[in-house]
Design a protein around this ligand. Structure first.
Ligand code: GDP
Ligand code: MN
Length: 398
């Protein structure tokens, strides 16, 4: 059996991704030095902000993806007029499939050195782990790949927190000058507090810039928040930018479905996260690839099935739909009704009847009733998961 790529499936579902300017607002509240900056949604606004700042500025695309610099989404502007022009170029730009709707206009800093400092919640050690490198800036991924010895790690004991001597030890991995290392130790402590108190799964500054006069500045910031903890952080939850997220994921959240879009061709509708993972692994095992992770949950609500079908059929890559329902609290007859209702609504819609093949595996509570409902519309349910998965892949390949 191939290794289950479960962490890959889970990584996008569990986090709230916020923009650079939002992360830096939080950093500033914790005392870190962030260049004065403001967000613009038009080139005119960008010019006004640059006039107010009265300095050279950087105009930066605000999208939920790294590597904006290399993609042309970060540009220096010496005058307000130039800020207008750069904003005009960047707004509307496509960066790795995301459209730029807003730019950050930040006071430019003169860069003598760029370091990387970051913290992630590490599943293996079950601790917050610092990663720092004196070789920061836009090529940190390459540093991690080619010269991993240049990245220093430290797992923090959750009960003790980051101890002052640990902060200093990390700081001296980055800087020789004790004055600068002292500032860095303070920033590392502030970043740790930000990370813990925000229930973040990632917090990073890249670059942490040293200016020629020896001051440290957080020039770029990134934070991911564990969305199971968002009920504690209404202020952070309000930072959610629906326009910057995958539209189908937004629709799924509104329908109370756990959904993660993937790149494959088998649309999966499953009840229970564990079964959903197992289904995706089995699709992979039999040579297919899942178009999504989707958990309709344990409730008996046909509306959820309808919402799930709408979301899946809106993905043009999907070649077949696979239902895998193990009836416990979820009742098979409710799911069957949901499937029939969804098919009728789709048939009545502008595109006419659904053209995709559907394979259904249905066992458990009210199974007989569920099968009867499906038979009325000429749908057949299989008993075993392996059968259903293989059929879906076969029909999808036709
Ligand atoms: P990223 O590419 O998405 O990580 O965006 P960053 O905000 O990290 O910017 C990329 C690079 O642009 C940085 O590593 C810097 O080299 C450069 N940069 C960003 N802001 C400034 C600035 O204020 N002044 C100067 N001189 N360069 C900057
Ligand atoms: Mn960066």
């Amino acid at each position: 059996m191939r290794a289950a790529p479960s962490t890959q499936y889970k990584s996008r579902e569990e986090i709230l991704n916020i923009h650079e300017f939002q992360a830096k607002d939080i950093f500033a509240k914790y005392g870190m030095a962030v260049p004065p900056e403001k967000v613009a949604i038009t080139p005119d606004e960008a010019r006004t902000i640059a006039e107010e700042l009265g300095t050279a500025v950087v105009v930066k695309a605000q999208v939920h993806v790294g590597g904006r610099g290399k993609a042309g989404g970060v540009k220096l502007a010496k005058t307000p007029q130039e800020a207008y022009e750069k904003a005009e170029q960047i707004l509307g730009m496509d960066i790795k499939g995301l459209t730029v709707n807003q730019v950050l206009v930040a006071q430019a800093v003169d860069i003598a050195h760029e370091a990387y400092v970051g913290i992630i919640m590490d599943r293996q050690t079950k601790r917050a782990v610092f990663m720092v490198s004196a070789a920061g800036g836009i090529d940190i991924e390459e540093v991690a790949r080619d010269t991993p010895e240049k990245i220093h790690k430290l797992a923090v004991d959750p009960f003790l927190g980051l101890l002052p001597n640990q902060a200093r030890m990390l700081a001296f991995k980055l800087y020789v000058d004790p004055k600068i290392a002292g500032q860095a130790a303070k920033i590392l402590t502030q970043l740790y507090n930000t990370f813990i108190e925000s229930d973040a799964s990632l917090a990073e500054i890249n670059p942490l810039v040293t200016t020629s006069d020896g001051q440290l500045w957080a020039v770029d910031g990134k934070m991911n928040i564990d969305d199971n903890a968002l009920f504690k952080h209404k202020d952070i939850e309000a930072m959610r930018d629906l326009e910057a997220e995958e539209p189908t994921e937004v629709e799924a959240r509104e329908a109370d479905l756990s959904f993660v879009k993937l790149e494959g061709e088998i649309g999966c509708v499953v009840n229970g996260a564990g079964l959903a993972m197992a289904t995706m692994d089995m699709v992979n095992y039999y040579g297919g690839s899942p178009a999504n992770f989707l958990d309709i949950g344990g409730s008996s609500n046909p509306d959820k099935v309808v919402a799930a079908m709408n979301i899946i059929t809106s993905d043009p890559k999907v070649k077949a739909i696979l239902f895998n329902i193990f009836g416990g609290i979820t009742r098979c007859d409710d799911v069957a009704n949901g499937i029939v209702t969804a098919l009728r609504r789709i048939a009545e819609g502008p595109g006419g009847p659904l053209k995709l093949p559907i394979v259904i595996r249905l066992t458990g509570t009210n199974e007989e009733e569920g099968r009867r409902i499906l038979q009325e519309v000429d749908l057949v349910a299989t008993d075993t998961m392996a059968d259903a998965v293989q059929q879906a892949i076969k029909l999808g390949n036709k």
